[in-house]
Design a protein around this ligand. Sequence first.
Ligand code: UGA
Length: 434
Amino acid sequence: MKISVIGTGYVGLVTGTCLAETGNEVLCIDIDKSKVEKMQKGEVPIYEPHLDVLFHRNIKANRLRFSTLLEEGIEHGDIIFLALPTPEDEDGSADLSYVLGCASDIGKLLKKYKVIVDKSTVPVGTAERVTKAISSETDVEFDVVSNPEFLREGFAVDDFLKPERIVIGSSSEKAIELMEKLYKPFVRSGNPVIIMDEKSAELTKYAANSFLATKITFMNEIANFCEKVGADVDKVRAGMGTDSRIGKRFLFPGIGYGGSCFPKDVKALYKSGKDSGYDFDILNAVIKVNDIQKKILIPRIESYFNNDISGKTFAIWGLAFKPETDDIREAPALYIIESLLSKGANVQVFDPEAMPNVKRKFGDKISYALNKVEATINADALIICTEWSLFRTPDFEKLKSNLKQPVIFDGRNLYDLEEIEKEGFYYSSIGRKT
Ligand code: UGA
């Protein structure tokens, strides 16, 4: 099939590349000229495991091409995916200007029947608004489908190739048939393609992300309570997670959820509720608790250093909002760095992938180590913000000799309590004994 993808962020690029992998002819469009030129030369613009192999293979096979020209994209694809940004507006709602602007441009360029697919995370009612934006510019027949993505950064290629489910929101038989044909190779294992109306599909995405954010936040509160009463959240988690109705995943407490999706989507669903006269009390609480959780280590650090950390130096391991990505959007590490700096502390950081992004944000306000060991030299304490695998088995002797005092504040519960005690560290983690 001929496919166009408008927008080559991580969703658009993964979608385009994976659809090319099953033999479709894919044309990706982006207004960013320099990005398109780089991709045309074979440069993958984001770090996403396994993407580079598929990207190069499909470019070589001439199944994956790039252009800046929207008209070329509209001409090429029988199915046109919109994978455009929906950033958070000042009031927390999703800003649809990119999506609706593109829809009206599509209307002006449409010459024959096409299926326009909303891949971006968009509030309930967007398919209707996209339909209106296109039809106000043209009489040519078209259908709009809501087809939310459930890709996790760091696993996006795998999630796309082997999805647990595909959600297709459409009221057009013709469009549904085309979409089912497109996704057939990805659901051979029997995972379902769930067909529904556009609005339910749009809400499915927000409900899924908000539920997961709520699950994490619930565990963060249980962890905070464990500390108060002397329980161990690792044990509570194991005891709860084995109940199949609860499930083991997304029960790991930490210093709050981040990224480009959960924070934005929870707020957007809360705002949508408000706009429709519905108060999502639970989401309001999730937003509030997560904001506090992101900085939960700060008062502990201050209290350890007798409420004066000015002039102290802190090593930070992990900057990305989670492992296997260079993405620092809403990363808890940023809030911790800002807070430490505002209290007069010095910060030296290391992350395997996210350093360039953090450098762009903080410049020379902090120092950047070449590796995890260097980051700890002469620091008063180590703070762990992201659970990259390479932080899981440090050389504790080296760590002790580098740090001024053997002190670790661990926002991701990487170490075994008994082991770290034996190594002689002061160790503060989340929901466990200090
Ligand atoms: C999330 C969803 O998991 C995807 O299904 C969805 O498609 C995507 O958003 C999106 O809307 O595009 P992602 O943002 O890549 O994916 O990250 P997750 O792996 O879900 O992690 C989100 C945050 O939750 C991270 O900050 C992570 O550290 C935190 N988390 C996750 C916990 O604190 N505890 C856990 O047990 C799990």
